[in-house]
Design a protein around this ligand. Structure first.
Ligand SMILES: NC(=O)c1ccc[n+]([C@@H]2O[C@H](COP(=O)([O-])OP(=O)(O)OC[C@H]3O[C@@H](n4cnc5c(N)ncnc54)[C@H](OP(=O)(O)O)[C@@H]3O)[C@@H](O)[C@H]2O)c1
Ligand SMILES: [Zn+2]
Ligand SMILES: [Zn+2]
Length: 512
């Protein structure tokens, strides 16, 4: 038993990124190659017997012996095909290659069966003793053909723009990949558009360390539910829906039962996560489709255009959750540090929640925009003593900065009132983080914390608030393509975005 398990495990590890279901693994990678070798051995060392039998059994009387020889030699080649198939399945994780090879073998199977069609009763029930040819030529061919048909019909594949690694993080390759197996609570979504998050850049450029490549990023997804699992109750087929940065949690632990599923120990990201038991790496929204458990699929209110809603599913939620959890509302003075994707939505949501909102940016470049978005005030940290007039006046500051370059934490914290809160959502690169001394907190006794995404409940409430109040993400739309993805990633890295890119025109790349 242990030997079989070790064998299967090593097969799985060789078939990288994808996992063949066990029955295919056992047959294509183990049983078929072994039987092929046995068959090849038999055919090679007992040529004349072999030819006699195949000629007598398979060829009608008018077929010249030469034809039988050719056919039987072709059948011999089949043994090589089978070995080749196993080697290819082991060597690559590209589903297109897998399918091409399996399809080629299927044609060979059918040709093989056709060539021995005259064998009839002799092979099926009146054969005197079963020998290697009977088993090799007939039973295995039938079994092989059936499994190949099942595999070709069974294994889904989606298409997406993947990056191969941080060294070539601006090179997007349109590849096919296998999603996780379809579960009872899953929904397949045909993607219509996807926002571009700062996390995409951190991930593919290597800023956050090792990742599972090849990888399609993108986790601000809006599309149409085209297939719903048998136990799905939250979403209907045909509905316009969204998916954000999280796609799984246990839904059973203390945190999950508390609307804190974003903090579940078992939470998995929409892209780059390894699905338990399958080895499949989750792929994001720069793809034709995404397959997601219903808990992380959200109906999009009719009042919100898709490209407006998409960026809310990560950036919007990341800002909205800490705002509502920390008392943002009328009578509160709230600061938003960093006017990027999350920051500008933070400003719009804080305003919609009724607070007095201040944008805190590095320069004055975005001041006019911030005021158009409804900011009550604007602070530029490049100004001398920028924080002094506002010292100890803020109730809450949400920090979205994605780097620590020139980041003067003490100056920001001095803005907070007594026991007021600083919540960081930005996730700068590097291992060092930021140093804080206890003394820093003494002057106002402020709290220092963080926040990750938000709950399903909060996502639905946020989308409703956006629909009710007519909140509009500031979006720059780009038709999805390898070149445009490279362009928007480059711009986002340079902070050249107003204020969220959104990839569109999916039908041009992935079909209707
Ligand atoms: N916690 C979570 O759940 C969560 C979820 C999604 C994303 N994130 C992370 O949040 C961060 C922001 O994401 P995003 O998509 O909003 O990125 P973004 O659009 O690039 O915006 C980041 C903004 O941060 C400000 N900034 C950059 N460097 C700074 C520095 N050295 N000092 C002060 N401000 C600086 C800039 O605003 P100004 O030009 O106005 O200064 C910039 O526009 C990323 O690190 C991302 O990975 C966290
Ligand atoms: Zn994100
Ligand atoms: Zn949980």
């Amino acid at each position: 038993m242990a030997v079989v398990e070790v064998g299967v495990e090593s097969i799985r590890s060789v078939a990288k990124g994808h996992s063949l279901p066990l029955v295919y693994r056992l047959f294509f990678l183990l049983i078929e190659p072994i039987s092929a070798l046995v068959g090849a051995y038999y055919a090679f060392f007992r040529q004349s017997e072999y030819l006699q039998l195949t000629h007598a059994a398979s060829a009608p009387h008018y077929v010249p012996r030469g034809t039988s020889i050719v056919l039987s030699q072709l059948a011999n080649l089949y043994f090589l095909f089978a070995i080749n198939e196993a080697l290819v399945l082991r060597a690559t994780s590209d589903l297109r290659v897998w399918k091409t090879v399996l399809f080629g073998l299927l044609i060979a199977d059918l040709g093989h069966l056709y060539s021995v069609r005259q064998l009839g009763p002799q092979i099926y029930w009146s054969v005197s003793s079963w020998n290697a040819i009977d088993w090799g030529n007939i039973a295995f061919v039938y079994l092989g053909a059936s499994l190949r048909i099942a595999f070709l019909a069974d294994v889904d594949q989606f298409t997406g723009f993947q990056v191969n690694g941080p060294d070539t993080w601006l090179k997007f390759h349109k590849n096919e990949f296998q999603p996780k197996p379809f579960g009872d609570y899953d929904i397949d979504i045909k993607i219509e558009c996807c926002g571009v998050c700062g996390s995409d850049v951190h991930t593919i450029s290597g800023g956050w360390g090792e990742q599972h490549f090849p990888l399609a990023v993108g986790h601000e997804i809006v599309g149409k539910a085209i297939r719903v699992g048998p136990k799905v109750t939250l979403i209907k087929e045909g509905q316009r829906v969204g998916v954000g940065a999280q796609s799984y949690s246990c839904l059973d632990c203390r945190q999950c039962n508390n609307d804190n599923e974003t903090y579940c120990k078992h939470q998995l990201d929409t892209y780059g996560a390894v699905w338990p038991d399958t080895g499949i790496v989750s792929q994001g929204g720069y793809s034709s489709h995404v397959r997601t458990h219903e808990h992380w699929v959200f109906p999009i209110p009719d009042a919100l255009p898709s490209t407006v809603a998409a960026p809310m599913l990560c950036a919007g939620l990341t800002a909205y959750s800490p705002l509502v959890r920390n008392g943002c509302g009328p009578g509160k003075k709230v600061g938003i540090v960093g006017l990027g994707g999350i920051g500008h939505l933070g400003l719009l949501f804080a305003k919609a929640l009724g607070a007095e909102v201040w944008a805190i940016s590095r320069t004055h470049a975005k001041e006019a925009d911030a005021l158009k978005m409804g900011a009550d005030g604007f602070l530029a940290t490049s100004d001398k003593d920028w924080n002094v007039p506002h010292a100890m006046t803020f109730d809450l500051i949400v920090n979205t900065a994605n780097s620590f370059e020139g980041f003067d934490l003490d100056a920001y914290l001095s803005l907070l009132d007594v026991h007021a809160k600083w919540v960081s959502v930005g996730l700068p690169e590097g291992d060092e983080g930021i140093k804080v001394r206890n003394q820093t907190f003494l002057s106002n006794g402020c709290f220092f914390g963080s926040s990750h995404l938000g709950s399903r409940k909060e996502t639905l409430a946020m989308l409703q608030l956006a629909a009710d109040k007519g909140i509009r993400t500031w979006v720059q739309e780009y038709p999805i393509s390898d070149n445009n993805l490279a362009e928007v990633m480059t711009k986002l890295e340079k902070n050249d975005v107003k204020y969220r890119f959104c990839m569109t025109n999916y039908e041009d790349q992935f079909g209707a």
